[in-house]
Design a binder for this molecule. Structure first.
Ligand code: BV8
Length: 253
């Protein structure tokens, strides 16, 4: 593994336009369950795709609201881990390191990464399900007076019980500006580091192939094999909280 880390450091030292794609695995060592693990305890009877859809919210708004409140409070308690912090150091070494993330936590920003592209939104933000004042209709729930046990709060504009978390659900389009920039960055990258994603959800999962097709070197950091492993030039098979600090050490003179 030592040689692969050294090899990766050599590649990064001469990279002009490196880019990173992250998934839930990069936040796991902060104590945030990966998306597939996000169904612990009382939630384990559900499939995420049965909770993370507009249909699920319309079918059972309180269930969906409660799941996201459970996750939002979990995320609010955690801190960036060594992997997030190592990415900040790598950005300093490379001069630039845009991070395209599928994660809905804010740990990359909290660690100090300066350019984070959120493909799937942020669990701390909320909006009206009907976008009654425009798409989106942002709502700050800290200004609302609502009963935590009574499901979604009332929208202050249209007065329906329609407040929802501002993340991208299955079957919903990604924010146009975010996905367009992600494709542009991936197509212009000379190195893409893919960290902690199962590579199963599109369009995010397409990005490593876009980078590869454009001639980028693809490096995967993941303890497990994924559909992206087959196009990776280098696989650092381990936890990001261990692999990325080793990479920073190898970059240091
Ligand atoms: C779209 C926010 C156009 C919500 C998420 C059929 C019908 C309808 C749609 C589709 C269909 N077939 C395909 C689609 C498209 C669909 C899709 O891809 N479905 C999948 C299930 C097949 N995509 C969409 O709907 C997207 N929109 O395409 O719009 C459209 C519209 C209508 C119809 C068709 C197309 C929107 C997708 C966004 C969904 N929202 N998140 C929330 O968080 O609640 S997705 C969510 O799951 C994550 O954000 C992430 O993107 C995804 C997968 O999660 P990962 O991050 O990869 O995490 P996971 O747990 O899977 O894996 C963790 C990895 O980390 C593992 O590999 C593990 O080994 C590794 N790991 C563990 N520990 C560590 C580690 N790695 C490093 N270090 C460690 N310590």
């Amino acid at each position: 593994m030592y040689n692969l880390v050294q090899e990766t450091a050599k590649i990064l030292k001469i990279a002009h336009s490196p880019v990173v794609l992250t998934g839930a695995g990069v936040s796991k060592e902060s104590g945030v369950p990966t998306f597939r693990d996000a169904l612990e305890g009382l939630w384990e009877q559900y499939d995420p795709q049965e909770l993370a859809t507009p249909e699920a919210y319309q079918r059972n708004p309180k269930l969906v609201w409660d799941w996201y409140e459970f996750r939002r409070k979990q995320v609010a308690r955690v801190k960036p881990n060594a992997g997030h912090l190592a990415l900040v150091d790598i950005e300093k070494h490379c001069g630039t390191l845009p991070i395209i993330t599928q994660n809905v936590d804010h740990l990359h920003e909290q660690a100090g990464s300066s350019d984070v592209i959120h493909l799937h939104g942020n669990i701390q933000n909320h909006k009206c399900f009907y976008n009654c004042e425009g798409n989106p209709t942002p709502i700050d729930i800290s200004t609302l007076d609502y009963d935590e046990n009574d499901g979604p709060p009332t929208c202050p504009y249209c007065h329906r019980k329609s407040v929802r978390v501002d993340v991208v659900w299955f079957g919903e389009m990604l924010p146009e500006a975010m996905i367009r920039r992600a494709y542009t960055l991936s197509g212009a990258a000379d190195v893409m580091i893919v960290i902690g994603t199962s590579g199963l959800v599109t369009p995010a999962a397409n990005l490593p192939r876009v980078a590869k097709k454009a001639g980028a070197i693809v490096i995967e950091v993941n303890p497990d094999h994924t559909p992206i492993s087959s196009i990776a030039d280098i696989r650092l098979a381990g936890a990001s909280g261990e692999m990325l600090p080793q990479l920073v050490a190898a970059l240091s003179p």
